[in-house]
Design a protein around this ligand. Structure first.
Ligand SMILES: Cc1cc2nc3c(=O)[nH]c(=O)nc-3n(C[C@H](O)[C@H](O)[C@H](O)COP(=O)(O)OP(=O)(O)OC[C@H]3O[C@@H](n4cnc5c(N)ncnc54)[C@H](O)[C@@H]3O)c2cc1C
Length: 457
């Protein structure tokens, strides 16, 4: 039997692929539901998501698999995003026209000058130390970088852009220059010519590309249907079960210790696919993986998010499906009425506000405080009135975003190299490979890890 740690998109797809290759699978999942970050939480008849998830991909195999799985339950969705800043609403990714027409003329001129100066400077000499800050200054020029990114990144991520690796900017933030426009035009042309391409999972740059889809139960219906297929095929899923230790003999994994309802069990296995945070799993091996590996594992950090779900007595509240704010307690808020969700009772909608923080912050622990902070900001923004609020719920994701801090690449490669020495262990997914990826790439990583494992055991 092969044990898969974590029943998010990566774990579910790994399990399904192993089943199709004739293996018995057991999934171990800490939560009481499958789906991980892409799963929904059912509260009093409604489903709240960890920030509503939209399915999209340009990978033909993943798209075909999800369409086959979902049939008519997969429904097209049109995404709208607005960023409120300096009293104006901007589109994201930043458009040249918004910058020209919505910023004061003097700022636009300074921005254009700084963009040109930065381009010339970089053309003459590259910065000695490349960080996310130097990359963003190059993409946007100093003036726009300061206006749109510097303080915002510090607030959302808790550290300054100069402390991030350049990969953070390259993988996460779209460029704003002539090359980007050319790249978009080419992508559009290729799509019209029908040349869909398979997505590479490593070195993936986060992009929302391809048609967008949702379901009447949000993304959670996709992961639930994946889980149903696995159990229908004879696979087992243990919910509310936490993997706490990986037993090894030399370069072979022989068992996983799991805790369910306070009881510990050692489960023997033929092999393991991990999708849990790579740093935590590296520290869970017994005997340990050595001082160097453990030291590097402790260097990797994740950013947490506290979600505040609000049921409001009105069919639609926000002017776009996603809205970003810079001065409020939450940096993003979504209105689920845009996502095709079935919301009970009729005539109401669900909002989900996201506050980035660390588990050591008061924001993580003090529910009353975060609820009040969000309501105060919604009132200030004239988005709703206090008596329209019917319910509020707080839920959390401790490992929401891998943090690409300076030098993280070395720590990550030490761990991946160590895991590469094992004959029957693979690691995959957003947490498992510490990569800022979307669901379709997590799915693909699950398939790829299953194939690598099945080929070698
Ligand atoms: C706010 C937010 C919005 C997003 N929006 C989108 C979007 O719109 N579209 C999109 O495509 N992608 C989106 N993503 C990315 C997407 O959520 C992830 O890429 C994807 O869900 C990752 O799947 P995974 O299986 O790799 O990891 P996870 O979903 O994190 O799965 C890991 C699983 O392991 C479990 N686990 C952890 N520790 C243990 C343990 N000790 N024992 C047992 N189980 C354990 C967890 O409970 C979890 O279920 C978003 C991410 C965030 C944070």
């Amino acid at each position: 039997m092969i044990i898969i740690l974590g029943a998010g998109c990566a774990g579910l797809c790994a399990a399904r692929r192993l089943q199709t290759r004739g293996h018995k699978v057991l999934l171990i999942e800490a939560e009481d539901h499958v789906g991980g970050l892409a799963g929904g939480i059912r509260i009093q008849g409604n489903i709240y998501e960890y920030g509503p998830h939209v399915f999209h991909t340009t990978d033909p195999q993943i798209l075909a698999d999800v369409k086959e799985l979902m049939g008519a339950d997969l429904i097209p969705y049109h995404r709208t995003i607005q960023i409120k800043f300096l009293g104006n609403y901007f589109q994201f990714p930043l458009s040249i026209s918004d910058v020209i027409f919505k910023l004061p003329l003097s700022t636009v001129l300074r921005a254009a000058l700084s963009f040109v100066l930065r381009a010339v400077e970089v053309w003459i000499c590259r910065p000695k130390i490349e960080t996310a800050e130097t990359v963003l200054q190059r993409y946007y020029g100093d003036v726009l970088y300061k206006i749109f990114f510097k303080d915002y990144i510090q607030r959302v991520w808790g550290i300054a852009p100069a402390e991030f690796s350049p990969s953070f900017a390259r993988e996460r933030i779209p460029r704003f220059n002539i090359l980007e426009v050319a790249e978009k035009a080419w992508a559009l042309l290729s799509r019209h010519l029908g040349s869909g391409h398979a997505v590479r999972t490593e070195g993936y740059v986060e992009k929302v590309a391809g048609d967008l889809y949702t379901t009447r139960q949000g993304f959670s219906l996709i992961t639930q249907k994946m889980a149903d297929r696995i159990t229908a095929g004879g696979g087992k899923i243990l919910l509310q079960t936490k993997a706490v230790l990986i037993r090894r003999e030399g370069q072979r994994v022989t068992g996983v210790r799991a805790v369910q309802e306070g009881k510990e069990n050692m489960l023997d296995c033929e092999a393991v696919i991990n999708t849990l945070p790579i740093n935590e799993i590296a520290l869970a091996f017994t005997p340990g993986l050595g001082v160097e590996v453990e030291e590097q594992a402790r260097k990797l950090r994740f950013r947490a998010i506290v979600f505040i779900g609000i049921k409001v007595r009105r069919t639609r509240i926000l002017r776009a499906s996603f809205m970003y704010f810079r001065e409020h307690s939450f940096n993003r808020i979504t209105d689920l009425s845009y996502f095709g969700f079935k919301i009970e009772p009729q005539g109401s909608t669900l909002l989900v506000a996201e506050i980035a923080c660390d588990p050591a912050d008061r924001l993580w622990t003090d529910e009353a405080m975060v609820k009040e902070a969000v309501v105060a900001d919604l009132l200030r923004e004239d988005i709703l009135t206090r008596d329209e609020i019917e319910e509020m719920h707080v839920f959390r994701a401790q490992h929401a975003h891998p943090m690409y801090t300076l030098g993280y690449e070395r720590a990550l490669s030490v761990l991946l190299e160590e895991f590469g020495k094992f004959h029957n262990f693979e690691t995959a997914g957003r947490q498992g490979r510490f990569q800022y990826i979307n669901t379709h790439v997590a799915m693909k990583m699950g398939y790829e890890a299953a194939d690598r494992l099945a080929d070698k055991i």
